[in-house]
Design a protein around this ligand. Structure first.
Ligand code: HEM
Length: 405
């Protein structure tokens, strides 16, 4: 279904159900120029084929300095300065820096390496679900979806357990920044400074007393030569931590919600738990955690989907729209946990394809699989239309998911 009028982009009304708006965009102007409140343009790419082309296009770069002259660069909103120290990571770099940074950590995220973590991930999930089982109602985000991925990534990075709540507050604010409301940039600067200081202290601690974790390994790579400088090290940890828990939380949250609102699919999965892998792929496609890509910049004029994106302008690839494109997926509005040919783009595509995909899949399968097994009568404790979606463009996720069991 395609709507001709739509709520303002990324407003609360829009976030409740962005899919009809995206359908309208695909039908009318699939590569579409929007204007930010400060007058700067932002291009949205909404059809599956164009989304794949955009993800693969080396002219759509991550580093704005490669796409615009210094005068234009200095016009970018001031708040970005606070991000600068944390922005020397692979997701904001182009080759050759991107290649070097990604290679340094890719070993820790291969499917084989990640599979060895299954017993630990299962133990964390069991422990959280045991605690839920002491009651009969609660918030699934609070009790399972948030603590599972942050515990796993904090373990990998060697972040002390007692600091996790602080991370939640900071990173919630940081990923909720809305480019349509530039004032939100300024309000996050203090959080970023606090976040950065925390990492500096952690690095100093690990440098003095190395342990068996990814942070100590990365410090070793930094100290051994020019593989990684101090800002890149800080940025790498920031990226892994934020990417590692802001997203998987919402795979577990949005995924459980989709199952609870599609009782036939839920019953099918309960009847055949071996479908969990294919179910998680479908949950990623149907209502995935990442709504749009991160920002890219046209390094030259780029023709795409009948439009010309001029050099220097910003582009967002709309993952949530591509994954509902009827040109690519049969009956895209249906949730079908046995869907074949499910080549969704929930993890992106091309050189920035999600490094953590094997880990996210493992966490999603373990969390949702165990939850259904342990609570045979799990149900929503609120009407779906009462649920509140978090603001911002990048992330699609719920503040709370009240359930009963
Ligand atoms: C269901 C959970 C997840 C989803 C849906 C997801 C999605 C994505 C997407 C769409 C991108 C590409 C963004 C772009 O091109 O603009 C990305 C990149 C990335 N993700 Fe994930 N992610 C998830 C979990 C994780 C986890 C658990 C980690 C690590 C612990 C992680 C680490 C990364 C990193 C490091 C990148 C940047 C890769 C690069 O620039 O080469 N992600 N992710």
């Amino acid at each position: 279904m395609s709507h001709t009028t739509h709520p303002p982009l990324f407003s609360a009304a829009f976030k409740t159900d962005p899919y009809p708006t995206y359908a309208h965009f695909r039908d009318t102007q699939p590569v579409r120029r929007e204007t930010l409140p400060d007058g700067r343009p932002l291009w949205l790419v909404t059809r599956y084929d164009d989304v794949i082309a955009a993800f693969k296009d080396p002219r759509l770069v991550k580093n704005p300095a490669s796409a615009m002259p210094p005068e234009a660069l200095s016009q970018l909103p001031r708040g970005r300065e606070a991000f600068r120290v944390l922005s020397h990571h692979m997701l904001s770099s182009d080759p050759p820096d991107h290649t070097r940074l990604r290679r340094l950590v890719s070993r820790a995220f291969t499917p084989r390496y990640v599979e060895q973590m299954r017993p630990r991930v299962q133990a964390i999930a069991d422990d959280l679900i045991d605690r839920m089982a002491e009651g009969n109602q609660g918030d699934l985000i609070e009790q399972l979806a948030f603590p599972l991925p942050i515990t796993v990534i904090s373990d990998m990075l060697g972040v002390p357990h007692e600091d996790r709540e602080r991370f939640r507050t900071w990173s919630n604010i940081i990923v909720s920044v809305n480019p349509f409301e530039p004032q939100t940039f300024q309000s996050t600067a203090d959080d970023l400074v606090a976040f950065t200081q925390y990492f500096r202290d952690l690095i100093a601690e690990k440098r003095a007393r190395p342990t068996d974790d990814l942070t100590s390994e990365l410090i070793h790579a930094t100290d051994e030569g020019d593989a990684l400088n101090e800002d890149e090290l800080l940025s790498m940890m920031f990226l892994l931590l934020v990417a590692g828990h802001e997203t998987t939380v919402n795979l577990i949250g949005n995924g459980t919600l989709a199952l609870l609102t599609h009782p036939d699919q839920l019953a099918h999965l309960r009847a055949d738990p071996t479908l969990i892998e294919s179910a998680v792929e479908e949950l990623l496609r149907y209502d995935g955690p990442v709504e749009t890509s991160t920002m890219r910049w046209a390094a030259e004029d780029v023709q795409l989907g009948g439009a010309t994106i001029p050099r220097g302008e910003a582009v967002l690839v709309v993952i949530a729209s591509a994954d509902r494109d009827p040109e690519r997926f049969k009956r895209p509005e249906d949730l079908d946990i046995t869907r074949a040919m499910n080549r969704h783009v929930a993890f992106g595509h091309g050189i920035h394809y999600c490094l953590g995909a094997p880990l996210a899949r493992l966490e999603g399968q373990v969390a949702i699989g165990t939850l259904l097994q342990r609570f045979p009568d799990l149900r929503l404790d609120v009407r779906p239309e009462e649920l509140q979606w978090r603001p911002g463009m990048l992330i699609r996720g719920l503040w709370h998911l009240p359930v009963r069991w």
